[in-house]
Design a protein around this ligand. Structure first.
Ligand code: FE2
Length: 185
């Protein structure tokens, strides 16, 4: 089986486990759109598509298994174990791990390589396909009021937009960004 497919299946199985921290929904509403954008950006920017896709499927695995705090660190560790088990080359595992370690815009990370920046951008723009999920997090996980949730969602989306590294990313998501800002004004 193709390595990307094997990794995707692993992540899907982890999301389906009853003990998975955020259930199955992120697989459909976050990881799948993110992988689609990551693939498009990797094509357009001529990056290592395999590394970008493996890292995209695995970028939140730490969050699924252990919860959000430090999930870039826990995720890189799980990725290393899983990819080693799948006989993925050690030097490529390092590239994937660096994408995971540097994907969180909120953590003052500093993505260096093209692949790391693409994973960060694909993660950010996938939020615009999952605005109901952002509200779910605000109400269910953070217990915000309706007004607070609206403000928090608007600020989150503005930050995601301002964080983007590539014009290609802005071009992909601009209509949804503008529509969201109209609705959340
Ligand atoms: Fe993510």
């Amino acid at each position: 089986m193709d390595i990307v497919e094997a990794v995707k299946n692993f992540v899907e199985a982890e999301c389906r486990k009853p003990e998975s921290k955020y259930g199955y929904e992120p697989f459909i509403f976050h990881y799948a759109p993110m992988a689609k954008y990551a693939e498009k950006l990797a094509d357009e920017l001529k990056a290592d598509k395999e590394v970008v896709l493996i890292a995209s499927w695995l970028h939140d695995i730490g969050s699924i298994v252990y919860g959000r705090s430090d999930h870039h660190i826990t995720g890189a560790k799980i990725a290393e174990e899983k990819l080693t088990e799948l006989n993925y080359p050690a030097e490529k595992i390092e590239l994937v791990k660096n994408c995971i370690l540097n994907h969180r815009g909120s953590q003052q990370n500093n993505p260096q390589t093209l692949e790391e920046k693409i994973v960060a951008d694909a993660d950010a723009i996938s939020n615009f396909d999952n605005i109901p999920g952002i509200f779910k997090a605000a109400f269910v996980y953070e217990n915000l009021t309706q007004g607070e949730a609206k403000e928090a969602t608007k600020t989150k989306l503005e930050n995601k937009w301002n964080q983007l590294y590539f014009e290609n990313s802005k071009k992909i998501i601009k209509p949804k960004y503008e529509a969201a800002m109209v609705i959340l004004k």
